[in-house]
Design a protein around this ligand. Structure first.
Ligand SMILES: [Zn+2]
Ligand SMILES: [Zn+2]
Length: 287
């Protein structure tokens, strides 16, 4: 089956060489992520697509979605997305898009954004990952839109699909999909250890943590890295392993010692004495 990339002319720190618009199928075809609303790019997408029967969006970021409206007008193809722009159709997890002999299943993969969808061709085990997995480097998890806890869950979900090849939203095709997904999971686990170590050493803000663990990265990437560190801190806070205190407008993060429930010994989130089930039980006993 034909899978063709048309590269959008929008290179950048997050976009790498630009957005990959993927055309799938040789009869009627599907276009994934038309990219920015760039007339020259969309003309090339329409020409390469031939009979375009569906336009799919992985998420509604400006480097992926805005071209959909003009491409839909030019080709008459319907647009599908989890967070549909005006006139588009709403996609839900598990829904199948069938066009000629192309069958793609929508896989909800929140994390980079809440609305993120990957598309899986089960027959050829091809996975179109948008911004959840890139061909090079790591995906941007920028809170509050980005959420690391759901992102890690999405990585595991994609791994369970056993894809063979990844067609990412940016960067080159990944020929070892399981290896890349494993690398992504390991990378975040290693970063978490580094963030924990930085907090333990007395460093208190994302901006202070970045030079400690991204020292080998160019300085123009540091603001983006600080967003990623914040994503880790929020995950740790959610798990009751770190907390933030605001003094005089400055947010400072510290480690929380792991606590156990005084009643049952299970781990407790935050500063409570009892775990969730025990607080409920005590409440019921006293009531
Ligand atoms: Zn994005
Ligand atoms: Zn992107």
């Amino acid at each position: 089956m034909r899978i063709l990339r048309v590269l959008a002319p929008n290179p950048g720190i997050r976009e790498l060489e630009g957005t990959n618009t993927w055309i799938v199928g040789d009869g009627p075809s599907i276009a994934i992520d038309p990219g920015p609303d760039d007339a020259g790019h969309l003309r090339e997408v329409a020409r390469e697509a031939g009979h375009l029967a569906a336009i799919l969006l992985t998420h509604d970021h400006p480097d992926h979605a805005p071209g959909a409206a003009a491409l839909a007008v030019a080709t008459g193809a319907p647009v599908y997305a989890a967070r549909p722009p005006e006139g588009a159709k709403r996609l839900t997890d598990g829904q199948r898009i069938v066009v000629g002999d192309v069958v793609l299943t929508a896989i909800a993969t929140p994390g980079h954004t809440l609305d993120h969808i990957a598309y899986f061709d089960e027959r050829h085990r091809s996975l179109f990952t948008g911004d959840s997995v890139l061909g090079r480097g790591t995906s941007v998890i920028d809170p509050p839109e980005g959420d690391l806890t759901s992102y890690l869950r999405s990585l595991r979900r994609m791994r369970e699909l056993s894809p063979s090849v990844i067609y990412p939203g940016h960067g080159p095709v990944v020929l070892d999909a399981p290896g890349k997904l494993e690398e992504y999971v390991q990378h975040r686990a290693a970063r978490e250890e580094q963030v924990l170590a930085a907090l333990a050493s007395g460093v208190r803000t994302p901006e202070e943590i970045v030079p400690a663990i991204y020292g080998d990265h160019p300085a123009d990437l540091h603001p983006l890295a600080a967003r990623s560190v914040l994503a880790h801190l929020l995950k740790l806070e959610n798990e009751g392993r770190a907390e933030r205190r605001t003094t005089a407008g400055a947010v400072r993060w510290t480690l929380l010692e792991p606590r156990t429930c005084v009643r049952c010994g299970r781990p407790v989130k935050g500063r409570g004495l009892l775990c969730g089930p025990c607080s409920l039980a005590v409440l019921q006993e006293s009531g």
